[in-house]
Ligand binder design. Structure first.
Ligand SMILES: [Zn+2]
Length: 406
């Protein structure tokens, strides 16, 4: 009876699993927000608080480290610093991170009245860098922590800024290493192709049946995690980014299963949101905030039947942070119109790939019947095309037989 029940549940599970639409399944990994580490507990579920800078309120995004609220970019930078310290046997902990206006008011009153918090110096409410999200008070009284910070904090973008407070460190960036709480967001810049644009507007580009073509997808990083593909070494959000065919395993137009950031000219795409000039407005070397999938293009061969052919893509991160992967950014749809290309041999803008003097197809005595060759006109371009060689041989044989029959 119990086995029967289990079987029934498996059946339900199977049916439900099959019913999940592709798009929903793609988003499945996005709910995983908690990164457990030996040194600290990171909860990457973020929410908005009211931060203050120079007395002015602004919305600030915070995550939780060891129970303390920390601004997200500061948290990402702190993560790498604390990991490096832990590798050297030093356990850094956050004593105080982001503060609300009420918390700062309390500490300021303690300072003014000298009746709590050891009369420690505290900025006026609205003017503390704990409210702007940059400042962290660290456990500098613990063994080795201060000396390690004094020697290494600047490598991670942190500076000691209050001479009377050895525990007070501020993240001044930029060290865009993309910690576990970075966000993945993308914008499509453009899709380009070696094929001409479709003048009819029905599709993006137009190709002749059987012609090789390629296209490239340029994307901009508008999140806070960098994009890379470190393959087996990937650990953090954004470290295994690929452009994937959407909803199918293999893209029908190109036969591609994926296009890794590794294939691009820029293999290390920095987010524009990191401060201090990180993330240049370019796309062709490490450190730019854009990249082109891929530098050699996603290549395909046009189908032989005229019509509109579509290719659909989306970015995914396969870093181990997600249970499976996270899909992000816009869906990129690329449409090619395969034209029947009448008179394709005279088509301008289809430059010959080589200058071989194999020009038999131009000889009027062996010109094929237009109707017979219409469908493949564009394909018979290259001198090495075996179909062209076969056709020429066949026509030559037919003509010989006709002549000998006279
Ligand atoms: Zn402080």
């Amino acid at each position: 009876m119990e086995r029967l029940a289990r079987l029934w549940w498996w059946l339900v599970f199977f049916m439900v699993g099959c019913a999940v639409p592709v798009d929903e399944a793609e988003e499945e990994g996005e709910n995983l927000g908690v990164a457990m580490q030996a040194l600290s507990t990171f909860d990457c579920h973020s929410h908005q608080e009211t931060g203050y800078e120079a007395g002015q309120p602004f919305p600030i995004t915070v995550v939780t480290i060891d129970g303390e609220l920390v601004e997200r970019n500061t948290a990402n930078a702190y993560y790498f610093m604390a990991k490096q310290a832990a590798a050297a046997g030093v356990q850094i902990r956050i004593v105080s991170g982001f503060r609300s206006n009420a918390e700062q008011q309390y500490l300021y009153n303690c300072y003014i009245n000298c009746n709590c918090n050891n009369c420690n110096l505290a900025a006026q409410p609205g003017y503390s860098n704990h409210q702007s999200g940059e400042a962290l008070d660290l456990n500098t009284s613990a063994s080795g922590v201060y000396n390690w910070l004094a020697a290494h904090a600047d490598e991670h973008g942190f500076e000691r800024t209050v001479s009377s407070e050895p525990w007070h460190w501020e993240y001044r960036g930029p060290k865009p290493v993309g910690g576990p709480c970075g966000t993945l967001e993308a914008e499509l810049v453009k899709v380009t192709s070696n094929a001409p644009e479709d003048p009819s507007g029905e599709a993006d580009f137009v190709v002749c049946p059987g012609d090789p073509f390629e296209f490239r997808v340029e994307m901009r990083n508008v999140g806070t995690a960098r994009w890379a593909d470190l393959e087996a070494d990937a650990k953090y959000v954004g470290e295994r980014v690929r452009l994937m065919p959407k909803g199918v395993e293999t893209d029908a137009l190109t036969g591609a299963k994926k296009a890794s950031v590794l294939l691009n000219l820029n293999k290390n795409v920095l987010p524009a949101s990191w401060g201090g000039g990180a993330g240049e407005a370019c796309n062709d070397h490490g450190g730019c905030r854009r990249t082109v999938f891929t530098k050699d293009g996603l290549a395909g061969t046009a189908p032989s039947e005229p019509g509109i052919y579509k290719s659909s893509w989306r970015l995914r991160d396969y870093s181990p942070h997600w249970s499976e992967f996270k899909a992000f950014g816009p869906t990129v749809d690329v449409a090619f119109r395969v034209d029947d290309c009448p008179g394709a041999s005279e088509t301008p803008g289809t430059p010959g790939e080589d200058g071989d003097p194999v020009a038999e197809q131009d000889d009027p005595s062996v010109a094929p019947e237009p109707s017979a060759a219409e469908g493949e006109g564009c394909a018979l371009g290259g001198s090495g095309d075996p179909r062209l060689v076969a056709l020429v041989a066949l026509l030559w044989l037919v003509r010989r037989r006709l002549r000998s029959a006279r």
